[in-house]
Design a binder for this molecule. Sequence first.
Ligand code: NAD
Ligand code: ZN
Ligand code: ZN
Length: 369
Amino acid sequence: PLCCFQVIRCRAAVAWAVGQPLSLEEVEVAPPKAGEVRIKIVATGICHTDYHLLEGIFPNSDFPVIPGHEGAGIVESVGEGVTSVKPGDKVVPFPLPHCGECSFCLNPESNYCLKGHFTESQNLLPDKTSRFTCKGKQIHHFLWVSTFAEYTVVPEYAVAKIDAAAPLDKVCLFGCGFSTGYGAAVNTAKVKPGSTCAVFGLGGVGLSVVMGCKAAGASRIIGIDINKDKFTKAKELGATECISPRDFKKPIQEVLTEMTGHGVDYSFEAIGLADTLIAALASCNMNTGVCVMIGELPSDSMISIDPMLLLTGRTWKGTLVGGWRMRESIPKLVSSYLDKKFNSDLLITHTLPIAKVNEGFELLRAGKR
Ligand code: NAD
Ligand code: ZN
Ligand code: ZN
């Protein structure tokens, strides 16, 4: 109907420039063009990557921008040619698209799509225009998702239809944080039953790694964080022990090697610092160990390592959103959640209205999330 194809005025949290707090604004959201979907966002999480964007260290970002990439909502209207979702459907939009046609999408082992941000910026929709304006200015999209808006427009191939029974305020985490951590363990590392794992960083992503290691049958899961407040939740989710690097004089990789004999089978870095990334690599078994890099370092950073760390046989891998092909995987993860295969609700620490989005970032910064 014609009524759906009108500009919507709604609230959104806009980042006008690097380093500034978000500003709650009234924005205009244009109707979806061909192949696009307009979504009423019901809930969104805050991922540390949004914080990286605000700090100006996320690669190829453009301001002003509406951040947020971990949300869930209801389809409001669809553009021409859209067939996989219709108004009223519950959906989770996601930051790593899946066009289904490029050579990467056609490779079943790949979860990266050539339309993704690391080959072509997702700061504008695929036709190189924005659907957002505010005070007469064009506002950029973030990873095509921009969930810090009451309404957003995304390409059809960046949205997954989910079970109508799913609680949107809970499954929004599947758009990034939960899927990333859980998938890093079960897809990227392929953790084996009976193995030993070390998880560096116990934020939303690291705690999800802990859940994935547990689901995969790891018998020992060591959580590492400088904030001991994170230990209780980590243990509740499956960590068998937790340590703070600040409690030791020697480097944490030496501590872990001593604790395990010859290092862990799998290590995960879910912080985003060069030092902890190298420590995670050095913590796994010199020959058969697998280290997965999840944390994002500032876009221009370089790291140098002792090549012997790899020469002896270790595997060092990265992961994007936990290796999932999100368009097909998010609906399955939602079904597993509804079947109570895991309890990702435990990751939610605070629920705030959009007007308090800056308070949410303060909580993230203070490590209280
Ligand atoms: P978060 O801020 O919630 O958690 C980070 C945790 O690391 C905190 O608990 C903090 O106390 C801890 N920490 C900080 N410095 C430490 C140190 N020196 N030693 C030990 N612990 C330390 O962040 P998050 O949302 O869980 O995200 C974690 C990282 O993952 C970020 O870098 C984020 O950008 C990245 N990320 C990557 C992907 C991907 O697809 N690869 C997806 C989502 C997030
Ligand atoms: Zn994220
Ligand atoms: Zn593709």
